[in-house]
Design a protein around this ligand. Structure first.
Ligand code: PGA
Length: 243
């Protein structure tokens, strides 16, 4: 795993965006895997700036997203569909038909998962951006999830609901379930960029780099991937041993 400790969030975001921009220049019909949450927003702002500067175009890009809440309509401001459009897709030239986000419509969930998995299996992701949860989750694969998992529904960990309640009026509004790409799907991406920002991620970053591989800490599987770049800011790196 390559590890880059950035001076601050701006440098973290510029570094991750520059990897994506370079690969987009080399392959215009690249398949990108996006993540939601606070951490990748700066990366998306850098991608939008590069698009505005005509450095890159998304017109031939295919995209996937890691996960989505169950039961929130796509128009809900906290749905990941809404987030991705608001933070990135509405500002670039990606085609809506090339955007794949798991659909959290509970009524058709089995059918939607099947379709999503088929799309993923036939379109390998070139670069997947990934955050890491305070409990080591990747996407919504909570501790205890099989490393062999594919797209599935999950009951969200209380820690995750607590972490995400800042986006809602009250914890009672945070959905209890979600649909997520599985760990095997994430590991199938050719390149992974893992981002962690701030002191609240310091323990998880330490566990990732200094702990052992275990399904109780889903991110630990990333050590087995041959092309992972972990980009952290100084606060997220603050508990790492100096060497
Ligand atoms: P965050 O979430 O970017 O909002 O910290 C990351 C995650 O929980 O995967």
């Amino acid at each position: 795993m390559k590890v880059f400790v950035a001076e601050n969030y701006d440098e973290l975001s510029e570094t991750s965006a520059s990897i994506i921009i370079e690969d987009m220049k080399a392959k215009s019909n690249i398949t990108l895997g996006f993540a939601t949450g606070s951490t990748p927003i700066g990366t998306y702002q850098n991608l939008i700036a590069a698009y505005n500067a005509k450095e890159i175009s998304f017109k031939d890009v295919l995209s996937f997203n890691l996960d989505e809440y169950l039961g929130l309509p796509r128009t809900h401001e906290q749905s990941y569909y809404y987030f991705m459009h608001n933070e990135l897709f509405n500002h670039i030239d990606i085609k809506e038909e090339n955007v794949n986000i798991p659909n959290g419509d509970i009524e058709h969930i089995e059918e939607n998962i099947k379709k999503y998995q088929e799309m993923l299996d036939s379109n390998p992701i070139d670069i997947q951006i990934l955050g890491i949860g305070g409990n080591g989750h990747i996407a919504f694969n909570e501790p205890g999830t099989s490393f062999e998992s594919t797209t599935h529904t999950v009951k969200l960990d209380e820690k995750t609901r607590e972490d995400n309640k800042r986006f809602f009026n009250d914890i009672s509004e945070v959905p209890k379930e979600a649909v997520t790409m599985g760990i095997k799907d994430i590991m199938s991406a050719k390149k992974l960029i893992v981002l962690a920002n701030g002191e609240s991620k310091a323990k998880a970053v330490k566990e990732l780099l200094e702990g052992t591989k275990s399904e109780n800490f889903p991110a630990s599987i990333l050590l087995d991937h041959e092309d992972v770049t972990l980009i952290v800011d100084k606060e997220a790196a603050s508990l790492l041993k100096e060497d």
